[in-house]
Design a protein. Sequence first.
Length: 130
Amino acid sequence: MIDGLKNSPLIPTWAAWPVAITTVIAFYGIIILLLVGFWKAKIMEIGLWCTTALLLVFTLYVAAIMTVAPYRPCICIGMDEKLGLGWGAHLLLNGALLAVAWSTTLLYYAYKELFATSEAPSQPLKNGKF
C-alpha cells in the first residue's frame, strides 16, 4: 500500500506513510463504530457518515487522478489485471459504492423517523389504565 502511494502523482512521497496509516486506522475505526452502533444508535449514525465521507475522499482522489494528475499510476492492488478495471471503471465502482453508502445513511434516517413515533404511546394513559 505504501509503495503504491509513493507512486501517486498527487500525494508527496513523504506523506505516503502517514496517509497509509491514517487510512488503515480509519477503516478499523469505522468497523468498530458500525459494530458498536448495533447497541448505540448515535454511534451507528457516526459510523455511516464516516463511511460515506471516506468513500467520498477515495472517489475524489480517483477523479483527480483521471483529470488533473500529470500521469496515471498503476492501480497497484491488482484490480486492473485480475478484473480488467482501469481508472475509469474504478471511478464508476467508487461512484456506485458511494451511492450505496449515501443511500444507507438516508435509509437509516428514514427508518429512525418512521419508527420514532411507535416507541411512544399514541394516547396518554388515563389513571394508569390502557
